[in-house]
Design a protein around this ligand. Structure first.
Ligand SMILES: CC(C)NC[C@H](O)COc1ccc(S(N)(=O)=O)cc1
Ligand SMILES: [Zn+2]
Length: 258
């Protein structure tokens, strides 16, 4: 199936997933000189319940912290959004070295990694899978990660990665506040895009925070020690799981700040 190697990576995803060549694909290259300040955009408002996260899972193409989204306990509101979006999961993308690995880029700058905090429109749709089929179904907060200082809230996540080395493994993971990974400034850019992995559904209101967070080189190296192979298969390290920027086509990026 699809992955991030030459034979099954982003350059060939269109063979199985025609949306790969769609007109609202993600990620994109953000050019700060071409964004438009929108005075009608509001500050982001989120309220996360520490007990929403339940398990951390190696899904083969990343690791994700899966949350209990059976009720509105952890939600994202305001910003560019109409209504309330419920927290579903959070995960990271990274590269083979600290020199690149983010999915969104800013003025040609690639960051070492990128955090995605995934929410779905629980006011309009009954569940994540339905919402993921709708143009306003998902809201994903993207946080750029640059190599630098050790990140202590992130260390809580990194400490369990050795227990979920192989694809399909999972372990309990709770009492965690996803906003502990956010930078101090909630300034953001926003645009309409897609999932950045197959099925590449064009259902995402992207909210990319301007201020990166940091992680140490050692912390970033731990991401790359995860395996995309299952237990008993020949070991294959997940060295990179970032999709390159996609054509902007007929889209504008709006800024909350100016
Ligand atoms: C049935 C489909 C919707 N299943 C989707 C699957 O759970 C993966 O969900 C996701 C969710 C978010 C992202 S990203 N990188 O755009 O934030 C990628 C895949
Ligand atoms: Zn992602």
């Amino acid at each position: 199936s699809w992955g991030y190697q030459d034979h099954n990576g982003p350059e060939v995803w269109h063979e199985l997933f025609p949306l790969a060549n769609g007109d609202r694909q993600s990620p994109i290259a953000i050019k700060s000189s071409e964004v438009k300040y929108d005075p009608f955009l509001r500050p982001l408002s989120f309220s996360y319940d520490l007990t929403s996260p339940k398990v951390i899972l190696n899904c083969g193409y990343a690791f994700s912290i899966e949350c209990d989204d059976t009720e509105d306990r952890s939600v994202l509101r305001a910003g560019p959004l109409k209504g309330s979006y419920r927290l579903r999961q959070l995960h990271f993308h990274w590269g083979p070295t600290d020199d690149y690995g983010s999915e969104h880029t800013v003025d040609g700058l690639e960051f070492a990694a990128e955090l995605h905090v995934v929410h779905w429109n629980s006011e309009k749709y009954p569940c994540f899978v339905d919402a993921a089929q709708q143009p306003d179904g998902l809201a994903i907060v993207g946080v750029l990660v640059k190599a630098g200082e050790h990140n202590s809230p992130l260390q809580k996540v990194i400490n369990v990665l050795d227990v979920i080395k192989t694809k399909g493994s999972q372990v309990a993971f709770t009492n965690f506040d996803p906003s502990s990974l956010f930078p101090e400034s909630l300034d953001y850019w926003t645009y309409h895009g897609s999932l950045t992995v197959p099925p590449l559904l064009e259902s995402v209101i992207w909210i990319v925070l301007r201020q990166p967070i940091t992680a140490s080189s050692e912390q970033l190296a731990t991401f790359r020690s995860l395996l995309c192979s299952a237990k008993g298969e020949p070991a294959c390290c997940l060295l990179s799981n970032c999709r390159p920027p996609q054509p902007l086509r007929n889209r504008h990026v709006r800024a909350f700040f100016h």
